[in-house]
Design a protein around this ligand. Structure first.
Ligand SMILES: [Zn+2]
Length: 102
């Protein structure tokens, strides 16, 4: 069973996660939040500096709240999609949640 299932992430809407929880996932399990632009020919990916976001929105605010206030730095499209990533050591594939981004 992978970390995403161990953390019960498949049972909940990721937008309801608090920024505190997202930061704890990064610290404790090396699960990174990656925001990916929704524009089909852009799809810019950005890892998120959670400390900066927590300073801005508060640790009790949600991923959904933060996402709605984010924009692509390339094409300015609002509301990027949220993905979680565990980067694998060599030889293994990275794990993505909820799915590998296209
Ligand atoms: Zn974009």
């Amino acid at each position: 069973m992978d970390w995403f299932h161990r953390l019960d992430l498949h049972r909940i809407d990721p937008d309801t996660l608090t920024l505190r929880r997202v930061f704890e996932m990064q610290l404790n399990y090396q699960i990174e939040l990656v925001l990916i632009c929704r524009t089909p020919d852009c799809r810019r990916r950005a890892k998120v500096d959670m400390i900066t976001r927590i300073d801005k929105y508060g640790s009790a605010s949600t991923l959904g709240h933060m996402r709605k206030r984010s924009r692509c730095s390339g094409c300015d499209m609002p509301e990027p999609d949220a993905y979680f990533l565990i980067e694998s050591p060599r030889r293994f594939e990275d794990q993505w949640f909820p799915r590998r981004p296209s």
